[in-house]
Design a protein around this ligand. Structure first.
Ligand SMILES: Cc1cc2nc3c(=O)[nH]c(=O)nc-3n(C[C@H](O)[C@H](O)[C@H](O)COP(=O)(O)O)c2cc1C
Length: 200
């Protein structure tokens, strides 16, 4: 599917066909596309938990106030972030660069995030957001539907997936085939309201 069509056709789907199995090749294509999303200094904070076990899905659904798409969608991905990725062997993020570039960028990125917990967290969430949008558009390009979700108890979900210390839960994205189309769009703000020239 062409990109602008995928952008228009992606919707947050609430009702999924629970019989659909996504072929592993499609799933891998989607996730490998996600890895090409941009991140600050190429830090790639994201860590993805693919929840397959029905019992775990059930517990996550309970933590999400019974939202049925958790159970019915074909894939359930919890987008997490390593909040300390900026300091976790950062030379890996520039492994393919020449030595000169590595010597500049690696200390630079560490200096940028050191002792700035709010910035570290913001960056983790930005990376998750970037990944989520690539995931949803890649899935749509392959004719799958998705729903991004934040409506769940984070502490409980973190417990269920054994989230490591220093990691954060960003959001959930489920993937599958819609059993029911989304409602009409809620209403987009006008471009003239949200786009300004030069300053607010
Ligand atoms: C970060 C985020 C969290 C969301 N959480 C939920 C959720 O928990 N449950 C749900 O049904 N929809 C959720 N949505 C879907 C939004 O309601 C939906 O994206 C929005 O209304 C715009 O509709 P559209 O995505 O179909 O264009 C979420 C969307 C985002 C981006």
């Amino acid at each position: 599917m062409e990109l602008f069509t995928a952008i228009k056709e992606r919707r947050a789907i609430k009702h999924f066909d629970n019989q659909v199995i996504i072929p592993e090749t499609d799933f891998t294509q989607i996730m490998e596309s996600v890895l090409l999303s941009p991140t600050s200094y190429n830090i790639q904070h994201w860590r993805f938990v693919r929840v397959k076990e029905a019992q775990l899905k059930q517990r996550i659904k309970e933590a999400a106030w019974g939202q049925q798409q958790i159970e019915d969608a074909s894939e359930l991905i919890i987008l997490c972030a390593n909040n300390q990725a900026w300091n976790d062997r950062p030379e890996r993020y520039w492994a393919n660069a020449d030595e000169n570039t590595q010597n500049i960028l690696v200390p630079m990125l560490q200096d940028f995030y050191r002792d700035k917990p709010q910035m570290q967290r913001d960056e983790s969430m930005r990376s998750c957001g970037m990944a989520a949008q690539t995931l949803m558009l890649s899935a749509k390009a392959l004719n799958y539907d998705t729903c991004p979700m934040i409506g769940f108890d984070h502490t409980t979900v973190a417990d269920i997936i054994k989230l490591p210390k220093d990691h954060l839960v960003g959001m959930i994205v489920v993937i599958g085939k819609a059993a029911k189309a989304a409602h009409g769009r809620g209403g987009q703000l006008a471009l003239s309201e949200v786009l300004m020239d030069n300053t607010f």
